[in-house]
Design a protein around this ligand. Structure first.
Ligand SMILES: Nc1ncnc2c1ncn2[C@@H]1O[C@H](COP(=O)(O)OS(=O)(=O)O)[C@@H](OP(=O)(O)O)[C@H]1O
Length: 378
């Protein structure tokens, strides 16, 4: 063959290769952008649409009109009734009525796709629940809650809370979405908070911010080092700080020991489902089942041997005087509304259940929003 013909053939081959490579790259780019637009289809290993449940029954319908009546549905009805009755009884005896403001809704995490609202309570596995909410609202960004680092679950911009909506939008969601929260026996929750925030060396921000204050106020003859570091707070001192009337006057409680009553307003917002720490995984998986994702998303299991138990809580309270136990019982009494009013065995003289004023068994009064400050109705 002549060299000119060979040269033409070589050029043709090069052109074909360039053409094939370009077309291939073009197709790859199209696939890439398509998968960005529909990540659920690409990443969900179950091939199911975890994203949205348009057209199917909502969690509220599943809960209140189940296709099959189960013991679980009845159990949750009983829990709801308990809370409603206690709140109603208290509202009859209370003269002062309080209306919620958007500021009260900071703990209510919204999942628009599954029409659910979760009120997160620190020390009741909220890290794991926030991870689950990120999977549910992430539109395919995550599959497995445990692939999300704990600190990322607590970044506020990763989840949308109810206070970020307009008042009509808030009311629409409160009316139509399934609202749920998880509660834990109040004394056990406090022990869990104390152990995590004051006995772990790495929690220096808590030591500095609260530990130093607790030592300064509750310890006579504190050393300069203890006053500076605040890293050796005793449980007795922590309890004394909680029941000290100065504490709440100075600033609101930190959310890790703030009452569920103040964080989630169970007498103002009608919760459709109240999960308990004792049955955390079972109750959580029931929520996921109601959301229609139960077959492919499970609540993370947690085999942590160091968990705060009933026995451990009893031990911590052994050194607390009966006066302080009683005062602490009063402090947390409102939270026993949602806990089914279980009294701690270690409270020596069980005081009468004290419920505060300002209880209004309504959701939110859109017309009563002012400048964001607390609004009281007579
Ligand atoms: N699946 C599961 N089962 C049982 N217990 C669980 C589970 N997930 C988290 N936990 C326990 O929840 C406690 C931590 O709660 P939070 O994540 O809300 O804590 S924090 O607010 O982020 O500090 C912490 O409790 P304590 O260990 O008693 O402190 C965790 O052990």
């Amino acid at each position: 063959m002549k060299p000119a013909v060979l040269e033409v053939m070589r050029m043709n081959r090069v052109c074909r290769m360039v053409l094939v490579t370009s077309v291939g790259s073009f197709i790859l780019v199209i696939f890439y952008f398509q998968s960005m637009l529909h990540p659920v289809m690409r990443r969900n290993p179950f091939g199911m649409d975890i994203c949205c449940r348009k057209g199917s029954r909502s969690p509220l319908q599943e809960l209140y009109n189940p296709t099959q009546l189960s013991n679980t549905a009845i159990l949750h009805q009983i829990r709801r009734d308990q809370v409603t009755d206690t709140c109603r009884a208290n509202s009859v005896s209370s003269r002062k009525r309080r209306v919620l403001t958007p500021n009260d809704l900071k703990h209510l995490v919204v999942d628009e796709d599954h029409e659910m609202i979760y009120c997160y309570v620190p020390k009741v596995a909220c890290t794991n629940w926030k991870r689950v909410m990120m999977v549910l609202t992430g539109r395919g960004k995550y599959n497995d809650p445990m692939e999300i680092p704990a600190n990322e679950a607590h970044v506020s911009s990763n989840l949308k809370t109810l206070n970020q909506y307009s008042i009509p939008e808030i009311n629409h969601r409160l009316k139509n979405y399934m609202k749920f929260l998880f509660v834990r026996e109040p004394f056990e929750r406090l022990v869990s908070a104390y152990r995590n925030k004051f006995t772990q060396k790495y929690n220096t921000s808590f030591h500095k911010r609260y530990g130093t204050k607790i030592v300064r106020r509750q310890r006579k003859n504190a050393t300069q080092e203890a006053l500076r570091k605040g890293d050796d707070v005793k449980f007795e001192e922590f309890v004394a700080y909680l029941i000290d009337p100065h504490t709440q006057r100075e600033e609101p409680f930190n959310e890790h020991w703030q009452t569920v009553y103040s964080l989630c307003h169970p007498c103002h917002i009608h919760y459709d489902l109240i999960g308990k720490y004792e049955t955390l995984e079972e109750d959580s998986n029931y929520v996921l089942q109601l959301a229609g994702v139960g077959n492919y998303l499970k609540f993370p299991t947690y085999a942590k041997s160091t968990r705060t138990t009933d026995e451990m809580t009893t031990e911590f309270f052994q050194n607390i005087s009966s006066l302080h136990q009683t005062q602490l019982f009063h402090f947390s009494s409102r939270d026993r509304i949602t806990c089914g009013q279980k009294e701690s065995d270690f409270v020596l003289s069980s005081p009468e259940l004290v419920l505060g004023n300002n209880i209004l068994p309504l959701a939110i009064d859109a017309g009563k929003y002012g400048n964001g400050s607390e609004n009281h109705m007579l």
